[in-house]
Design a protein around this ligand. Structure first.
Ligand SMILES: C[S@@+](CC[C@H](N)C(=O)[O-])C[C@H]1O[C@@H](n2cnc3c(N)ncnc32)[C@H](O)[C@@H]1O
Length: 247
């Protein structure tokens, strides 16, 4: 796979690594600069390479700041467990998104209400594929005591928050695991707020498994070549909307 399609964190590390190799090459060629100039060079190279690797512009400031941060912390006695704790925290919150390229961001309350209006009458079975902190599942389970609401989440800390949130709700269940392992055959409404990357695979899974008359809803992200039956704007980030496909 081309590095331009790697997860953003890996591309960011690659840009810093290649930038550092560039500096090592310059040093071996005999160039000598004051320490701050080396740091500046590393920042410039990292930003340039990040752009070449198609990293989103919001990464660039971070990439530029990182060499200065490392320089500032150089020699500061930070206990090793601090690094370990930070790494574990990041892995627990963003672990699911690291490999799947789907970060954690949350649908608005307005989106929850619009989802509610998209549930059919009767004892509906609903799944949130990548349920984050469980907001939509908890809201819908309270609004529709006759339905059964499932959330699936790959990041352990997000799963824990969602699980605790839904613990008092007898018609809601939060599962730790991959959305790709959820069987959609008994589901009436499947909802996902992911990223552009998994949408073609999600469509293939929905076509394979979902029964006729069921509904697939994507928050904000289109499925290439599959025009939705309805598009409902919702509050939240610019362009936030629910796209609805009738299966
Ligand atoms: C954008 S958030 C959406 C949260 C919630 N569904 C909402 O609408 O507010 C996407 C979530 O999907 C999770 N996720 C990404 N890929 C996943 C996968 N393959 N299996 C399970 N969860 C996944 C991420 O960890 C993240 O919490």
């Amino acid at each position: 796979m081309s590095p331009r399609r790697w997860p953003p964190l890996l591309r960011a590390l690659l840009a810093q690594g290649l930038g550092f190799l560039g500096l090592v090459t310059l040093a071996r060629l005999g160039l000598r600069f004051p320490p701050l100039v080396w740091v500046l060079l590393q920042a410039v190279l990292a930003v340039y390479l990040s752009r070449a690797l198609a990293l989103h512009p919001r990464w660039l400031l971070l990439q530029a700041a990182l060499p200065f941060l490392v320089r500032a912390l150089w020699g500061v006695p930070v206990p090793p467990w601090v690094y370990l704790a930070l790494f574990l925290l990041l892995a627990l919150v963003f672990g699911g998104g690291f490999f799947t390229r789907v970060p954690l961001y949350l649908a608005s309350r307005d989106a929850w209400s619009q989802l509610e209006s998209l549930l059919p009458e009767g004892p509906v079975r609903f799944v949130d594929l990548g349920c984050g902190l469980g907001g939509p599942v908890a809201h819908l389970a309270k609004a529709r005591p006759d339905g059964r609401f499932l959330g699936v989440e790959a990041s352990p800390l997000s799963w824990l928050v969602a699980w605790l949130r839904c613990l008092p709700l007898r018609n809601a269940q939060i599962r730790l695991g991959s959305l790709w392992r959820v069987d959609l055959s008994g589901i009436d409404v499947a909802y996902a707020f992911l990223s552009p990357v998994p949408m073609p695979a999600l469509w293939a899974k929905a076509v394979r498994e979902m029964k006729p008359g069921s509904r697939l809803i994507s928050h904000s992200f289109e499925i290439p070549g599959q025009p939705p039956a309805r598009v409902i704007p919702v509050e939240g980030r610019a362009g936030a909307r629910l796209l609805v496909w009738e299966m």
